[in-house]
Ligand binder design. Structure first.
Ligand SMILES: NC(=O)c1ccc[n+]([C@@H]2O[C@H](COP(=O)([O-])OP(=O)(O)OC[C@H]3O[C@@H](n4cnc5c(N)ncnc54)[C@H](O)[C@@H]3O)[C@@H](O)[C@H]2O)c1
Length: 318
């Protein structure tokens, strides 16, 4: 089967590409190398896939380029391209609109008559904001606290519009704090690793008692593939790894795994940060047969190992 993955050079997308290739499919990976973080990191992410004979890479901007050749003959589309991150969104809202909303609309419109078997939208738990109920189920009314969350919710609703009006087999996911090798450099655990390695002080926002539902990347990829295979069209699924811990606890596990000290300094709580996050994954368990299998300790061990290798490669090139 021919499968298209958008955001193929990104953190989650590059893992997804490798999984679909290992399942025996042909993959076209689309990525526009947006400038949210270094292109070199994205090139490394997709490097392994590029050596595969069943992989083709298309450098395209989903918000404006002609997508017909990349999409031709595809039976499944996974849409993971987007502009992530809550903190930059107020200053760069035009980028967030273009990459999360306009790009999603352009892609949906390009595939609407293609008779796809599945279209998976990679959404975000940020749509919940500070939810009143924990663990939070998909039936909870969304109330994003950030401009980023608003644009991810808009993309999610657009996907729903194409399911309702064009009967596209759309399944939507809400990822909770995905981590693991190739993690985006702007994310908390990636920044903490770098600070620890460099011997720098690490700023923890607020008291560090805010909780997150950390989800290991290959678990997230597994449920993404299951969503395409078994997801109920029009439906939404939370993707949470079950390790609902505070930022302080996650940093404790990280320092134990690394066997290094991390000097922490508590700074002001950031606007747009939600206090608690915890996914109810009953729906994904029941309908998709998914069980996140990686503990936070195991996942951080793998990410730390990858991080050290990446540092060594950097040093050998310097
Ligand atoms: N990482 C997480 O914890 C997390 C949590 C919730 C939701 N998500 C969502 O999952 C998806 C993947 O996240 P990630 O962490 O891998 O981010 P990422 O930034 O590493 O990957 C996104 C990729 O999309 C590409 N892209 C962006 N706009 C594009 C466009 N217009 N045309 C072509 N390519 C474009 C970027 O170049 C990038 O490589 C995003 O949609 C994000 O909103 C991620």
């Amino acid at each position: 089967m021919k499968v298209v993955v958008t955001g193929a050079a990104g953190f989650i997308g590059s893992h997804l590409v490798e999984r679909i290739l290992s399942d025996g499919h042909e993959v076209v990976g689309i990525d526009g190398f947006t400038d949210y973080y270094a292109r070199a990191a994205k090139e490394r992410n997709v490097g392994q896939a590029r050596t595969h004979s069943r992989f083709r890479f298309e450098s395209l901007d989903l918000s404006q380029d002609d997508l017909s050749s990349a999409l031709d003959g595809a039976e499944a589309v996974y849409h993971l391209a987007g502009r992530p991150g809550v903190r930059a969104a107020p200053m760069q809202f035009d980028h967030y609109l273009r990459e999360n909303v306009i790009a999603t609309h352009h892609l949906l419109d390009a595939v609407k008559d293609m008779k796809l078997k599945s279209f998976v939208y990679g959404g975000s738990a940020s749509v919940y904001g500070d939810a009143e109920v924990f663990p939070t189920a998909e039936t909870t009314a969304p109330a994003p606290l950030s401009q980023y969350g608003v644009t991810k919710l808009a993309g999610e609703h657009l996907a729903y519009v194409y399911w309702k009006n064009y009967r596209m087999p759309v399944v939507r996911l809400r990822y909770f704090s995905v981590y693991g090798p190739r993690m985006r450099p702007d994310l908390m655990l990636a920044k903490a690793m770098q600070a620890m390695y460099d011997g720098r002080v690490f700023d923890v926002y607020g008291d560090g008692e805010q909780t997150r539902d950390f989800t290991y990347v290959t678990d997230a990829v597994d449920v993404t593939v299951r969503a395409a295979q078994r997801g109920s069209p029009g439906d939404l699924y939370n993707v949470g790894g079950g390790s609902g811990v505070s930022v302080n606890q996650a940093l404790d596990v990280l320092t134990e795994v690394a066997g290094m000290q991390l000097t922490r300094r508590h700074v002001d709580r950031q606007p747009f940060d939600h206090r608690r996050a915890g996914a109810s994954i009953t729906r994904a368990r029941m309908q998709l047969g998914w069980e996140p299998g990686t503990s936070l300790r195991e996942g951080l061990e793998r990410q730390w190992h990858w991080f050290l290798e990446a540092q060594e490669q950097k040093a050998s090139k310097a």
